[in-house]
Design a protein. Structure first.
Length: 582
């Protein structure tokens, strides 16, 4: 039985960088061994130059040690470049995956699917060429130096090992004391950033109702909590870093004193020079550990970032490549649909079923909270169904690759969302701009004259979230985006909520024009103006389909039901009046 744990997606991506790690490790070993050059230079000067009094020997030794220094720096530079390239490779392999996973997590309302994860990915990538990881690569050199110390004297070797154990113990204490406040500080920092982003998105509401002072007070509370936790972790880590440096400096001096004591007892191999060499090597043995301990906050940050990324990639698996499907023609089938918001156990839509042929227009009506917006999201494949299917030309819309299906779908959400860019880019869905199609979409919704009246025309920027446009203009731009390229299925959620009479007329004309070309429309609406162009009508009440069929038949049925209910209420009122009179 195999008990080996399968590496995570992120772990597999890092394992594929093994050639970079191997090359960098060899460079680390070579540059680390060149650290012995000063000790060798010192011994040779004492042994050869002092005794021979040869200027030439001194000059040659000096040139050799300078060459060793140059080579060491070149190797360290090359090692850093190798690991930087490894970071670029990791970025190239995972950046699209991480971005799409964050996007999918937001659609599915998975907790933690924020843009902070892009910062986490950058943290992991940059750690590949950070001092702590490069210090780990120098561990084999420390082992070589330790063996040399054992060769000089076992007492020095064991003393260096004791110093190393103490350093590891200090690092463990550092981890134990700083991890909780650092983790909490990171969480508070993310929460404060998300709160600030949310406040900026609602800047108009905050300013108009004088909420800024209270919003700022809440943000400052989150910020103070983050700073307090960070200060606590910094204070504790600073103390352990001081202990680490004290051990490193003390060990060098202790090694020098211990070497002198061993020399006095004639137990030091190699003579008096080894006394100084042992002191130098003792300090170098601990150098990687000191580097890791002093940079421990970076290690904790990358570990937390790694964990969050792993959780995200596990929660949002990569989509498998599916067989390409032919472009749809617009035949829509909804089969016994039951669904709710992702992550919520309560269904919003229950047992909804209907079908539309290409070119038909369906008006979906119902009171607020009846499930119209949920149905719209299901029809375009944003949310999965708990049971039942939404099929377009027989294929499951939710499972269909959106990159393939997207050009055939038009969607206008209830909350209009424009992206920072030009009018042409927003209408053209930020793809390759085709001026004729952009102009046709704008003309269809009555927006072309307004755009041409702007100084930059279609190149006019809309601002962040369309802030430079009025509400009705934003809605028309979003409507033009929905019908851009003559999609075969268009789902509009309250498309005329911000439109005036001219806008309503333009909307109706656009629906009729695309209907004539075979586009299927589903329009969620409270207003009756859209009913004039509808072929069929669906009535929702608390997520349940109350009526579906041709528009006139459903309207007649609703009218009769309303008259019957009114008559029943009148009869009950008359009965109550007679009872009161008696």
């Amino acid at each position: 039985m195999n008990f080996q744990k399968t590496p995570s997606e992120l772990g597999q991506a890092v394992m594929q960088l093994r050639p970079y790690f191997v090359r960098a490790a060899w460079f680390s070993v070579c540059s680390g061994l060149l650290v012995l050059a000063p000790s060798g230079y010192m011994l040779e000067v004492y042994d050869r130059v002092v005794n021979s009094r040869s200027h030439l020997t001194l000059a040659m030794l000096t040139l050799l040690v300078l060459a060793a220094y140059c080579l060491m720096e070149i190797l360290e530079w090359a090692r850093a470049q190798i690991m930087y390239q490894a970071g670029l490779q990791l970025d190239q392999r995972l950046r699209n995956r991480v971005f799409t996973a964050i996007f999918a997590a937001n659609l599915k309302r998975i907790r933690g699917g924020s843009m902070q994860l892009l910062n986490d990915f950058r943290t992991v990538r940059e750690f590949l060429h950070s001092p702590p990881l490069l210090a780990v690569m120098e561990a084999p050199v420390s082992l070589v130096l330790l063996l040399l110390m054992f060769a000089v004297s076992p007492v020095l070797g064991w003393s260096a090992m004791v110093g190393s154990v103490l350093q590891v113990f200090v690092g463990w204490l550092n981890e134990r004391s700083t991890q909780p406040p650092l983790v909490a500080a990171n969480r508070c920092a993310i929460a404060a950033q998300q709160y600030a982003d949310g406040s900026l998105r609602n800047a108009q509401v905050i300013e108009s109702m004088g909420m800024l002072r209270d919003i700022h007070r809440r943000w400052m509370g989150k910020q103070r909590e983050f700073l307090a936790l960070q200060a606590l972790a910094s204070d504790q880590a600073g103390g352990y870093q001081a202990i680490t440096k004290f051990l490193q400096v003390s060990l060098g001096s202790m090694m020098l004193g211990l070497g002198a004591w061993l020399l006095l007892k004639n137990e030091l191999n190699g003579g008096a020079g080894m006394m100084i060499v042992g002191s130098i090597l003792g300090g170098r043995v601990l150098a990687p550990l000191v580097q890791i301990v002093t940079q421990w906050r970076m290690v904790v940050n990358v570990r937390d970032a790694w964990q969050r990324l792993e959780n995200l990639l596990a929660a949002v698996p990569a989509k498998q490549d599916a067989m390409a499907l032919p472009p749809p023609r617009g035949r829509l089938q909804v089969e016994s649909l039951m669904a709710g918001a992702p992550g919520a156990g309560v269904p919003i839509i229950r047992n909804v079923a209907f079908s539309l042929s290409p070119g038909e227009v369906l008006a979906v009506v119902g009171p607020s909270a009846s499930g119209k917006t949920t149905l719209a999201r299901l029809l375009v494949g944003l949310w999965p169904a708990a049971s039942g299917k939404v099929r377009l030309d027989g294929a499951d819309v939710f499972a269909w690759d959106k990159g393939e299906l997207g050009p055939s779908i038009g969607y206008l959400p209830q909350d209009v969302e424009l992206l920072d860019g030009t009018l042409a880019e927003n209408i053209g869905r930020f793809g390759e701009i085709e001026p004729a199609k952009v102009k046709a979409a704008a003309q269809a919704v009555g927006l072309h004259d307004f755009i041409m009246g702007l100084p930059l025309g279609y190149e006019s920027p809309v601002g962040r979230e369309g802030a430079r446009l009025a509400g009705g203009q934003r809605q028309r731009v979003a409507l033009a985006r929905a019908i851009y390229g003559d999609p075969v299925l268009v789902v509009l959620d309250e498309p005329n909520a911000s439109l005036d009479e001219a806008g309503d007329a333009a909307l109706a004309a656009a629906i009729l024009a695309l209907k004539a070309r075979g586009t299927t429309f589903v329009v969620m609406t409270h207003r009756t103006s859209v009913l004039a162009v509808a072929d069929k009508m669906l009535v929702l009440q608390e997520g349940v389909m109350q009526a579906f069929g041709p528009r006139d038949e459903v309207l007649d049925a609703l009218k009769k039901a309303s008259e019957k209910a009114a008559a029943a209420q009148a009869g009950q009122a008359a009965g109550r009046a007679l009872a009161a009179a008696a």
